[in-house]
Design a protein. Structure first.
Length: 399
C-alpha cells in the first residue's frame, strides 16, 4: 500500500482528475474525517483548441492532456492513491433530472422491486433519448451517477416510502451517463501509470451543486452556471435541491474561433488579442477590430442563456443568486454579460442577478493546502465533494 503500509493512522490519499472541455486538471489530497480535505498537489493542462470541433479529434486531444497530467502526478512520487476519481464536465457526460410517476385506481404497496423496475425503465429511456444527440453514437453508454432527490406518496414527500400503501407515487431522480467509448479511453490513459481496476466517475454538475449549497446555509435558491470551452451548463437549485439542469453548446472557445476567423489569424493569436482586450492593453486599432466580433458573440450567448432560463423557469421564479465557474481570463466578460442581462424584467425573479465567482477564496474554510499548491477552483470543488462522499461511505463502491 505504499506510504500507507507504514502507518495505518495516516489519512488516505485520493487522486482526482477534472476533465473539462478546455483543460484537464489533476489533484492529490488527503481524505480527512473532519470533511476538510488537504490538497497536496494540483495542476492543470490545457486541451489544444481545434479550429473546427470534431468529437474524435477533441477526445484524442483531451486524452493527450490527461496523459500529461497523469504522468506528472505519477512522476511526483508522492505515494500510491487509495482511490481514483474522474469528475466529468460537459460534453463528456449527459445529466438530467427526471420525474417518475405511477398512479393507480386502487392502493398498492411501494416496494423495492417496484422502485427498481421503474428506475431502470427511466434510465433506459434516458439513454435512448440522449445518446444519439450528445454522445459517441457508435458506443453503448454507462451509468455513472444516480441520485434519488425526492420521493412522494399521495402528494406528500416521505423519507421512508418502502412498504407504504399508496395510490400515487412520484420520484425525482438525477441521472448521469457517459459513452463507454469515452470512459474506456480515460481509464486506459490513467492505467498506463496507476494500475487501478476501478476508476470511479462523477459529474461536475453534482459535485458543484453539493459543494455550492454549503457556501451559504441561508441561500437555498440559486443558479449554478459552468461555462466551459465548448458548453455552458445551467442548474437551478430550489430549497437546497437540484430542480433542473440545461445546457447549450456555446462556451469560451467560440469567442476565440470567431476572432480568429474575423481577423484571419491563428487560434493562439486570437487568444492573445482577447487577453489584451480584457486586460485593457489592446491598441485602439485592435479594439476597433475586436469589439464588433465579441459583441456579436455576447448577443448569441445571451440569447441562448435567456432561452435556457425560459425553459428552466416554467411557472416558478428564477433565483437571483448565481454561482459561476469559468476560466478566469474571461470571468469579467461573462459576469458583466449576465449582470447586464434584462431577462429578469420579464419573468418572476427575486431581484437583479448577483454573480458570485466560485474562486478558491470562497472555499477558504472548506479546504486546506500544502505549501505552494496551486489553488484551482474546480479541483477544490471536486476534492471537497469527494472527501465528503468518501468520509460518509468509507470507500464504498458507489459513486
Amino acid at each position: 500500500m505504499g506510504i500507507f503500509s507504514r502507518n495505518k493512522e495516516k489519512s488516505k490519499l485520493v487522486l482526482v482528475f477534472d476533465i473539462g472541455s478546455s483543460s484537464v486538471g489533476g489533484t492529490l489530497f488527503y481524505m480527512e474525517k473532519s470533511r476538510i480535505p488537504k490538497i497536496i498537489m494540483s495542476l492543470r493542462e490545457p486541451i489544444i483548441l481545434q479550429k473546427t470541433l470534431n468529437i474524435d479529434k477533441f477526445l484524442s486531444s483531451t486524452a493527450k492532456s490527461l496523459d500529461i497530467v497523469v504522468n506528472k502526478i505519477y512522476k511526483a512520487g508522492i505515494g500510491k492513491p487509495e482511490a481514483i476519481f474522474c469528475v466529468l464536465s460537459s460534453p463528456w457526460h449527459v445529466s438530467q433530472i427526471r420525474v417518475i410517476r405511477l398512479e393507480k385506481n386502487t392502493p398498492f404497496i411501494f416496494t423495492t422491486k417496484l422502485a427498481d423496475d421503474l428506475i431502470q425503465k427511466e434510465i433506459a429511456l434516458f439513454k435512448e433519448e440522449y445518446l444519439a444527440k450528445y454522445l459517441h453514437t457508435e458506443s453503448p453508454v454507462r451509468l455513472i451517477e444516480f441520485k434519488n432527490i425526492k420521493t412522494m406518496l399521495n402528494g406528500y414527500e416521505t423519507l421512508s416510502p418502502l412498504e407504504q400503501k399508496t395510490k400515487e407515487f412520484e420520484m425525482t431522480i438525477f441521472i448521469s451517463v457517459s459513452s463507454e467509448y469515452i470512459l474506456k479511453k480515460i481509464e486506459e490513459t490513467i492505467r498506463k501509470y496507476f494500475h487501478f481496476k476501478n476508476v470511479k466517475f462523477s459529474s461536475f454538475t453534482l459535485s458543484s451543486f453539493a459543494v455550492a449549497r454549503d457556501i451559504d446555509i441561508n441561500q437555498k435558491n440559486f443558479l449554478l452556471i459552468d461555462i466551459g470551452g465548448e458548453v455552458t451548463d445551467i442548474s437551478m437549485i430550489k430549497k437546497n435541491a437540484l430542480h433542473e439542469s440545461i445546457s447549450f453548446p456555446l462556451g469560451r472557445n467560440f469567442i476565440v474561433r470567431k476572432v480568429a476567423s474575423a481577423l484571419s489569424c491563428s487560434l493562439s493569436e486570437a487568444q492573445s488579442y482577447i487577453s489584451l482586450l480584457q486586460d485593457g492593453h489592446a491598441t485602439d486599432f485592435m479594439t476597433k477590430k475586436l469589439k464588433p466580433v465579441i459583441n456579436k458573440f455576447q448577443l448569441e450567448w445571451l440569447y441562448e442563456f435567456q432561452k435556457s432560463l425560459a425553459n428552466l423557469s416554467s411557472d416558478i421564479f428564477i433565483p437571483a443568486t448565481i454561482y459561476l465557474t469559468t476560466d478566469k481570463d474571461l470571468l469579467d466578460f461573462f459576469r458583466q454579460t449576465i449582470e447586464a442581462e434584462q431577462f429578469n424584467q420579464y419573468t418572476l425573479t427575486e431581484s437583479k442577478f448577483k454573480v458570485i465567482f466560485l474562486s478558491a477564496e470562497v472555499f477558504r474554510n472548506m479546504v486546506v493546502f500544502g505549501n505552494g499548491v496551486i489553488r484551482d477552483p474546480s479541483l477544490i470543488i471536486d476534492s471537497i465533494y469527494i472527501n465528503r462522499f468518501l468520509t460518509d461511505s468509507v470507500l464504498s463502491e458507489r459513486v
